[in-house]
Design a protein around this ligand. Sequence first.
Ligand code: ADP
Length: 650
Amino acid sequence: MAIARSEGSETTGGTAAYRWATWLFGFSVAQPVLVLLGWTLGIPILRGLGNPHYSIMPLASVLFFLVALGGLLAHREKRTAARIVIGVALALLSLQAFHYLAHFDLGLERLLFYRQVIELNVLNKGVPGTGAISMLMLDCAAMLLITSDAPLPRTWAALIASTGIGLTALTATMMLVEAPTQISPSFIGRSITTAIPNFALATAILLHVLHGRERREIGFEYRLFRRLSPAIIALPVFPSLLALVLVRDGGLGLNEAQFMVVACNILIVSLLLIVGLRGARQQNDVVRLRGEQLRAILAGVPDAVVVIDREGLVTDFSQAAAALWLVPAGAQGCNMGSYLGERERTKLMALVGREQPEFLLTGEGVRTNGTRFPLELRGAKFKGIDGGTCFTLFARDLSEKLAAEKHVAKLSAQLAHVSRHNAMGELAADLAHELNQPLTAAINYLSAVGYLLGQQGDAGKAPEMVSQARGQVTRAGEIIRRMRDFAQHREVRKHLEPLRPMIDDAIQLVRAGSDSLDVEVELAIEPAEVAVFVDRIQVQQVMVNLLRNAVEAIRSAGQAGGRIVIAAHPIAGDWVEVEFRDDGPGVPETILDQLFERFTSTKAGAGMGIGLSISRRIVEAHGGTMRAANGEDGGATFCFTLPGALHAAH
Ligand code: ADP
C-alpha cells in the first residue's frame, strides 16, 4: 500500500507502476506453470514450490494459472480473452463449490496426476480447500472487475486485492512464527514460499488499479479507497485471530474456520464499502451541486468567463463568453488557443504551462467566424475537483473601451481647439480695447501736427508724410476694431442637438481628465429627449467648465464623495434651462459679484479665471443668459438657458 505518489511525476510514476504490475502478473502466471512442470517431470522441489516435503495440488495450480492469466490479459487490455479465461476458471471453481456444498464428488481431481496425488497423500486429495476456492473466486471477481473502465468496479477490485494481501500476510506470519498450522488456510498452502504468488497477484491488481493509466478517472472512489485502505487491510486480521482462538479451543473445525474467516472478511469489507460509498456519494452530490452552482453562475454572470485546464482545454464557458466568441451552445472541449491570435496563443500556453498564479494578457481574440477583436484576459490559477490545475479567464472585449477612448480624444481635440479660439478671442478683444485709446490719441496728434505744418507754409514733404502716417495708424485701428468685432461676434454654427448626449460627452471628458472621479453625477433631464439649437462644441465647453469647477470645488473642500446634479427642463418661450448643482463649499462670497469677469479666480496659480467669462460669452452668443448662486444648504448652482428646438425653424 505504500505506493507513494509524488506530485508532478504522475506520468512516469504511472508507467513504472504499470510495468511493475505487468511483471507481477507475469510472475503469478509463471509459478503454477513451474508447479505443474514439477508434477509432470516428478521434480519435488518444483511441485512444492521450493519445499520438497510438500506438494501443491495440481488442480489448485491450474485454477491459479487461469486466474493469473486472466489478470495479465485484463491488464494488457485484452478484455474479451481475459473474460473467457476467467469464465473457464469460474466454471471449474463453481463445480468445486458444488462438490463441497452438495457433498457430491465430481471426480475432478482424478483428471490431474491422480495416482501421484494419492501416493503423495496431498491434502484433500488434490482438491482445493474451501478457503482456496473462496479466495480464487474472489480473485476471479477482481479480474473481471478490472476488465471494466468504470471507477467503481475498479475500486472493488482493489478492495478484494487488499483483502487478499491482508489475509495472506496474516497466514504467512502465522506460519513464520509457527502458530498452529491447521488454521493456515490451504489457499496459501503449507509453505511460506506459496504465499509469494498470492502476494504478487494481489499487489499486481492493486498497482494496476491505483497507478494504471486510467488513474485520473478514478476520482472519488480512488480517494475513498485510499482513505479506507488501512482499515481494509487491518480489519480482516481480526476474524483470522478469532478463528485461530476458536480452532485452538476446539470449538471450530478447520473447514468452518476457513469459511468463517472469508465470510467475515467479505462482511467487513462490504460494511466498510457501504459506509465509505455513502460518504463518497454525499461528496459526489456536493460536487455535483457545486458544479451546477458553477454552471448557474457562469450562465448568469454578465462577464465573459472561461475555465480551462493545464493543457488549455476549455472546460466551461459563461454565456457572455460564448456570446463574445460566438461559440454555439454546448460546443466545449476546444482549445482556448483557437479563440486567440497567434501571439496571444503562444503567450497563454507559456503562462498556463508554467502555472502562473495570476496573469494579464492583452491582444487579439478570434471569434468562431474568424473576425478579430481587441481582448483583455485576466487569468487566475485554481485547483480543480480532480486535483489538477485549472485557470479561470476573465475576458473583456476592449472594442468599446478603445472606441470610447478615441471618441474622448476627438472631443478633447475639438474642445482644445475651441478653447484656444475663445481664449484668442478674449485676448484680441482685450488688445483691441487697450490699443484703441493710444491709437486714437496718435491719430489726433498726427492730425494736429499736419494742421501745424500747414500753417507754417512750405514744410517740404513733411505734411504728406504725416498724412500718410495718420492713414496707416487709422488703418491699424480699423484692423483692430474688426478683429474685436470678429472675436465678439464669432460665428456660431448652430444645429438642433439632443441635450442628453452632449451632457454625457461632457461627463466623459471630465472623467477622462481626472484620475479617479469619485464624484457622483446625477441627471434629471425632463423630457429625456429634449433638444437644443446650439453650437454643440461651444456649449459642451460651457458644460465641461462648469463640471470641472464643481469637481475641483468638491475636492478642494476635502469632501470624500460629492454629488453633482445636472437638471434640464424647457421654460417659456422655447428655451431650455440647464442647471449644474453641486454639494461643494459654494462660490466664495467675495467673488460672487464679479464671478463672470475675466481673471476672477480663487485657484492661486492653478486657474486663469477666464472659464466662467468665456462660458457666459458662449451662452450669450446663443441668446441665452447665465447666472450663479449659492444654495441655502451650501453648494453652488450655475444656471443657463439655451434656445429650444423651435428656434431652428426661424
Ligand atoms: P478658474 O476655474 O480658472 O479659476 P473660472 O472662471 O472657471 O476660473 O472660475 C472662477 C472662480 O469661481 C473659481 O476660481 C472658483 O473660486 C469659483 N467657482 C467656480 N465654480 C465654482 C463652484 N462650483 N463652486 C465653488 N466655486 C466655484
